[in-house]
Design a protein around this ligand. Structure first.
Ligand code: PFF
Ligand code: NA
Length: 452
């Protein structure tokens, strides 16, 4: 059976960008930048992007294009003993998929609430008490399936399943071509309105004000590298699977630069959006901005709803924000599930339809653990482990294995031969020395922080 292919270059880039741009860009990046030196954070961030993000992306695009498989098959072809690394990555991808979908489900619920701001005035009590049912008013329900959380998750699974089941070109590519432009338009629309609110520029000042004293802080550098690996969806077989569907003639270097630059550009744009809103909120509530900033679940489901309550035309801006969150999340979820599905198709020779049904079916059942009211606790745990340990370990092992077993000059030559512009020897230095050294450093710091 002939391997599926993307229909167009733009289709591939939009799918890769769809994977990269996710919840992380909207709720993780802005806070990271703010906390780690504001404007000064961009120096380590851009450095990490160029020295780790772009080379890693070129490497994964090359592996997928050359070896024509998701990670397990691609690594197996490099040497019989390496298949386990691929399955390790696929396993982590599967773990991410089942908790990522829970957050998308919450975002779908909140999209519904946002039309009338039915979360009320106390958005904190609403989210934890009424929505997640963590309040002490319902201790007997603890651990039981919450249907109001399960239903939106079923919807998210349905969309992901439809895209994967239909195939690379008519499913994933078509979905990306609708979702990504829609996402860009929504975010630009939101920014245009929000920037003119009183206090918005103060918010941006907070975000961008450079604190150069942080530049020498190792933690800031480790945050920058960590964020780059997280945001680019590398190290989990995702980009290898996507690039395994590239046509023979494909400009690897250019595709990799575009994917990375669009993703990082989007992160900065999302930072502007989030901090403009926070600045406005601080002004309206006459609080210092430091008291309203937040990240992650707290930002998306407590702070932003509270800010939406204060906005003009909240019934338009609110749905726009949550739809953007849903779209960003879904396109990433599709890519994580495709990494798993494609590995199974490679290995077992199943049809796409069968593999998609089994993967989504099993994933759906497991993900229901997050639709109980123990869900948040579980999610925090899994998320912590993924971000601080699994992600870095997986990227580090891949860099060492690929960087030291293969002749990097060959990979570079392969990519350069296909590409309009060539990359230099710096690629090898980054893959073999710089990135692994940085990753090892971060991992050790994180592990010692966890243990202490
Ligand atoms: N890159 C996406 C994001 O930033 O949200 C999706 C993603 C990939 C999330 C890999 C988590 C992850 F470990
Ligand atoms: Na996405």
């Amino acid at each position: 059976m002939k391997r599926e292919q993307w229909g167009s270059r733009a289709g591939f880039i939009l799918a890769a960008v769809g994977s990269a741009i996710g919840l992380g860009n909207i709720w993780r990046f802005p806070y990271m930048a703010y906390e780690n030196g504001g404007g000064a954070f961009f120096i380590p961030y851009l450095f990490a992007m160029i020295s780790a993000g772009i080379p890693f992306m070129i490497m994964e695009f090359t592996l997928g294009h050359k070896l024509r498989g998701a990670a397990p098959r691609a690594f197996a072809k490099l040497g019989g003993k390496l298949e386990w690394l691929g399955w390790f990555q696929v396993f982590i991808a599967a773990v991410i998929a089942v908790y990522y979908v829970a957050v998308i489900g919450w975002a779908i619920s909140y999209l519904g609430f946002s039309f009338t701001q039915s979360w009320g005035a106390d958005t904190n009590a609403f989210f934890f008490g009424e929505y997640l049912q963590l309040g002490d008013n319902s201790p007997t329900k603890l651990g039981f399936l919450q249907t109001h959380i399960a239903f939106p998750m079923i919807l998210a699974w349905g969309i992901t399943f439809a895209a994967i089941f239909t195939g690379v070109k008519s499913g994933i590519e078509r979905a990306s071509k609708i979702m990504m432009p829609l996402l860009f338009i929504m975010v630009l629309g939101l920014i245009t309105r929000v920037l003119f609110l009183p206090g918005a520029l103060d918010g941006l000042n907070y975000l961008f004000q450079p604190d150069f004293s942080k530049i020498l802080d190792a933690k800031v550098w480790s945050a920058a590298y960590g964020q780059i690996f997280f945001t680019l969806s590398v190290g989990f077989s995702i980009m290898i699977a996507y690039s395994s569907y590239l046509p023979e003639k494909s400009d690897i270097n250019n595709n990799a630069f575009m994917t990375v630059l669009i993703n990082c550009g989007f992160s900065i744009t999302a930072g502007v959006l989030v901090f403009a809103v926070l600045g406005y909120m601080a002004q309206e509530q006459a609080k210092p901005l430091t008291e309203v900033v937040s990240a992650g679940v707290g930002l998306a489901f407590v702070t932003i709803p509270a800010a939406i309550n204060l906005l003009p035309a909240p019934y338009i801006l609110g749905p726009l924000f949550f739809l953007a969150l849903v779209v960003a999340g879904l396109s990433s979820h599709i890519s994580i599930i495709e990494a798993v599905t494609s590995a199974i198709i490679d290995k077992l020779n199943w049809t796409r339809k069968k593999a998609a049904s089994v993967v989504c079916g099993v994933g759906f059942i497991v993900s229901m653990a997050f639709a109980t009211n123990g869900g948040l606790l579980l999610l925090d745990l899994v998320d912590y482990f993924i971000n601080n340990v699994a992600l870095l370990t997986s990227c580090l092992i891949e860099l060492i294995v690929i960087g030291w077993l293969l002749k990097m000059a060959d990979i570079r030559e392969y990519a350069n031969n296909l590409s309009e512009f060539s990359i230099g020897k710096w690629f090898e230095v980054c893959i073999r020395f710089l990135s692994p050294a940085m990753l090892a450093l971060i991992l050790i710091t994180n592990l010692s922080n966890t243990l202490s």
